[in-house]
Ligand binder design. Structure first.
Ligand code: UD1
Length: 433
């Protein structure tokens, strides 16, 4: 009985109360990109010297990655938004299951571990609510670079044969432009003998950020940001200081959609506009006026009308903003067709939005959204990180107080969302009673 009472007390704590209908005004500041920061942190495994990253967001996923790196012997020193990582001597090449399971990006450590140590033993990442998310492409790439890879009992064991234990450059054509596979292979190839070519590579800004960091550390990577990345292997990598993580394009997109769904003018900064071209275009198409002034974006929403989106790899519309955009379309005039093409199970927020009065019909991985005049508040749950953000956005526009559960997801990827939104006039409070 006691346990049940404590559990329900805990779940009560884990709710965000969003009071809808308040106009927003002011400037929203964007933190460093979660997906960039996580992979840049794993790059520390490639050097004996210290790498120092700045603009690190304050997120539970960053805490998780720090724990994983510590378990491998990396010294982690974090102060505010700055992190210093020193992998002078690695004490292990096998991060524990409990840590890897809760953070998919930690699987990507297999690339640098293999490049630096010649062996790695990394548990397969856990199942994911949004889809299967295999790592076949990562493994195929490592094999092409000369690693012997076995998958047994849920653990991927990889080693490089030979006395020198060095991978060899190779041509790798990815079946699909997987972000994680591109990053894993890139980090493995920088210390390989000879030249590697990754074709059909992911073009996401986070891949470009990784290549830029690696080059700052002395690697020779060209073409990142395009479909073919060339890597000329080097003997060793050096440390670096003050390397700034790029701004989080998904957080920025979420903020622009917060402005649109509340029909409020807002400034969002810092933003690298080219990272959000597809999103900015769709926001303009649906009735928002958007001015770009350097790294500041000013959004002034007009009447919001329905537009269709299809999620695609970069530079297409990102899957990570599909749920927030759907929340916006629930309040638009007309009917919008939203097709999810990256993940097979990333429409779980539909049922939650329906609980708030949204009119949505599902046909396979497509949602047909008919805008309604007003959403109404309800208790809802964010089933994954971006679904939770979509619930907060819907709550900002709904009549009444929306109780959003699923905050463990939200806290993985949004740096103090409630403080940021409250700062521009929203009424968003973490329920602590
Ligand atoms: C990264 C992002 C995530 C984002 C996703 C797509 C990080 C930490 N996470 O995830 O937020 O939603 O990109 O933009 O950067 N696939 C295969 N075989 C593979 C690997 C992937 O078929 O071996 C498929 C997946 O099932 C999925 C698609 O490729 O359909 C995209 O996955 P991928 O780009 O690998 O995503 P992640 O790197 O895991």
């Amino acid at each position: 009985m006691m346990v049940v009472a404590e559990a329900s007390q805990e779940s009560l704590k884990r709710r965000l109360n969003v009071s809808g209908g308040h106009g927003l005004n002011g400037t929203l500041r964007v933190s460093g990109a979660k997906n960039s920061a996580l992979v840049l942190m794993t790059a520390s495994l490639l050097s004996e010297e210290t790498i120092e990253l700045t603009n690190i967001p304050s997120l539970t996923d960053i805490d998780g990655m720090s724990a994983i790196l510590r378990s491998l012997g990396v010294r982690v020193d974090r102060r505010a938004d700055r992190i210093r990582l020193t992998a002078a001597e690695l004490s292990g090449s096998a991060p524990p299951y409990e840590l890897v399971n809760s953070l998919r990006a930690s699987f990507f450590s297999i690339g640098p571990l293999l490049g630096r140590m010649g062996h790695a033993r990394v548990p397969l990442p856990g199942g994911c609510r949004i889809g299967a998310r295999p790592v076949v492409e990562h493994i195929r790439g490592l094999k092409a670079l000369g690693a012997v890879v076995n998958v047994e009992h849920g653990i991927v064991t990889a080693s490089v044969p030979g006395v020198r234990k060095r991978l060899s450059g190779a041509q790798i054509v990815l079946d699909c432009p997987s972000v994680g596979a591109t990053e894993t292979i890139l980090m493995a190839a920088v210390l390989a003998d000879g030249v590697s070519r990754i074709e059909n590579a992911a073009q996401e800004p986070e891949v470009q950020d990784l290549a830029k960091l690696l080059n700052t550390m002395g690697a020779r990577v060209t073409g990142a940001g395009g479909p073919v990345i060339t890597v000329e292997g080097v003997e060793r990598l050096l440390g670096c200081s003050n390397y700034p993580v790029i701004p989080d394009r998904i957080e920025a997109g979420t903020f622009l959609m917060a402005a649109a769904i509340t029909r409020s003018p807002l400034l969002v900064e810092p933003v690298i506009p080219e990272h959000l071209s597809a999103v900015i275009q769709k926001l303009r198409d649906c009735g928002c006026n958007i001015d770009i002034m350097g790294r500041t974006v000013r959004i002034t929403p007009g009447e919001i009308t329905a537009v269709d989106i299809t999620t695609q790899p970069f530079p297409g519309f990102p899957t990570d903003l599909q749920a927030p955009f759907m929340a916006l379309m629930c309040t638009a005039k007309g009917t919008s067709v939203i097709s999810e093409k990256i993940y097979e199970n990333r429409l779980q927020h539909v049922a939650e939005l329906q609980r708030m009065g949204a009119s949505i019909r599902l046909e396979g991985s497509t949602a047909i959204v008919e805008g309604v005049a007003q959403l109404s508040a309800a208790p809802v749950t964010g089933s994954d990180l971006r679904a939770a953000a979509a619930m907060v956005l819907a709550g900002l526009s709904a009549r009444g107080i929306t109780e959003v559960a699923g905050l463990k997801h939200l806290d993985r990827g949004y740096d103090d969302l409630e403080a940021k939104l409250s700062g521009v006039g929203a009424e968003v409070k973490r329920n602590i009673c």
